[in-house]
Design a protein around this ligand. Structure first.
Ligand code: SF4
Length: 452
């Protein structure tokens, strides 16, 4: 059988699309392997949200072509789009596929090298099928028209489309039947999910309630959302449905009003803080995670201090901190990139220290509590998983607990803000699980967020 290896950079939408591409390769007889292993086809679903993402995308293409110089190395996604727009190429790549044709990657590979379908290679490792994941993404929306100053997405995905709710719920049922316990509902601008763009009726709050009611789905988590798109109905949904995880990734970008305006973000710091207060009043123990950019054009020391003060005041759980770099076609790219790199690095370190402290404090407040953890990553007898409010927990336990929701007491905080815990599963329940047939190997997804 031919062997394919796929990897993703960037947002949850990219992750979902990579999985769909992988499914098509698998359905056509390919074995899926690790990206580090020899393969006949490599697919890189690239990202260009920062200069670092561009660099890593190019690095992965070179790496794949070194691992197997005869492989077809395909790059798609935003970095590929950017390179094509400039009439350039990526070293190591065989094919560059633009965003419009992303879901045709398999067809493009077969057009380019039809003989690949008859290959009989031996994969070094075989990845588990998508249907065995404990946590899966569920894309419900595409397109954005916000035109934030730093973001390329509206230039490449400007048509807003919502998936029909029946289609979404059907996929949730299929995932539940194949063992998925947690769904991450995602979209390019997920808060724009509505009837006018094709949902068939429901808005985002109604859709989440329908997905949360699917038998077998124990948890539904929402991916990154614009603060202005958090409606009262959405807050009510999180406050009332036990399967909706108390965790909102409220994309923020800056805590200073001048910079927010320059970024064309449609809210100010006071609006954001008021929204967080409302959420905390309605949803007990809710985790607020976010993205923040330092070094945006025009960010003086005073404005940077405002963002530090804002981050301290909000007390985020996890935060993706980015150093600004100009992106093609964006409004910000027309402005002078006037903050020197060493200043951006220093501001990034200062902000990281603030958000690391609040992440640590968030976990510390839960010490002594017994919480539900979805067991995802095995490492010997050390198991790792997340609480509903996104605290990463490590604890000892048997591998047979993979994919189970188990009670864990949180004992101490790790340096990365995660917790060390103790399994407190009653003996009869543990014995029942251990008596079951060996469970399939599960694979979980990476951290929520990192969307612009
Ligand atoms: S940052 Fe998000 S909301 Fe803003 S333009 Fe990009 S995708 Fe749209």
């Amino acid at each position: 059988m031919p062997v394919a290896a796929l990897t993703t950079l960037g947002c949850k939408v990219n992750q979902y699309e990579t999985e769909k591409i992988a499914e098509e390769f698998a359905a056509n007889g390919f074995v899926l392997t690790d990206f580090d292993a020899p393969a006949d086809v490599y697919v890189i679903n690239s990202c260009s949200v920062t200069a670092a993402a561009d660099k890593k995308s190019r690095y992965l293409a070179r790496k794949a072509s070194r691992t197997n110089p005869n492989a077809v190395v395909v790059m798609t996604g935003c970095h590929s789009q950017q390179v094509l727009d400039h009439g350039e190429w990526v070293e190591g790549a065989t094919l560059l596929v633009d965003n419009e044709d992303k879901m045709r990657v398999f067809a493009k590979v077969v057009e380019h090298a039809p003989e690949i379908l008859s290959y009989s290679s031996s994969p070094a490792t075989v990845l588990p099928a998508r249907e065995r994941r404990t946590r899966a993404t569920l894309k419900v929306q595409d397109g954005c028209t916000h035109f934030c100053g730093f973001c390329q997405i509206p230039y490449t995905r400007k048509v807003k489309v919502s998936r029909h709710w029946e289609d979404v719920v059907a996929e949730a049922h299929a995932l539940a039947e194949s063992g998925t316990r947690e769904l991450v509902v995602t979209g390019v601008c997920v808060g724009a999910y509505d009837e006018a763009t094709g949902s068939g009726g429901p808005d985002l709050a109604e859709l989440l309630l329908k997905v949360a009611d699917v038998p077998g789905i124990a948890r539904v988590r929402l991916s990154s959302i614009q603060p202005i798109e958090v409606s009262d109905a959405l807050i009510d949904a999180f406050a009332t449905h036990p399967n909706l995880c108390p965790h909102l990734h409220l994309s923020c970008q800056s805590g200073d009003d001048t910079i927010l305006k320059a970024m064309n973000r449609p809210y100010d710091a006071a609006f954001y803080k008021a929204l967080v207060a409302k959420l905390r009043a309605a949803v007990p123990d809710v985790a607020i995670t976010t993205d923040l950019i330092v070094g945006y054009p025009g960010e003086t020391e005073e404005l940077h201090q405002n963002t530090l003060d804002f981050a301290r005041a909000v007390g985020f759980q996890k935060t993706h901190c980015f150093r600004y770099s100009p992106r093609d076609k964006t409004y910000a790219a027309t402005l002078p990139d006037d903050i020197p790199d060493e200043v951006k690095k220093r501001r990034h370190a200062e902000l990281q220290a603030v958000v690391d402290a609040s992440n640590h404090a968030f976990t510390e407040r839960s010490l002594g509590e017994t919480v539900s953890v979805l067991v995802e990553h095995p490492e010997g007898t050390t198991l790792t998983g997340y609480t509903p409010n996104y605290i990463k927990v490590r604890f000892s336990g048997p591998v047979a607990l993979y994919g189970e929701l188990v009670p864990v007491r949180l004992d101490s905080v790790e340096s990365d803000g995660g917790a060390i815990g103790t399994l407190v599963l009653p003996e009869p329940e543990l014995a029942r699980i251990l008596a079951q047939a060996p469970r399939p190997k599960f694979q979980a997804l990476e951290m929520i967020g990192a969307t612009p």
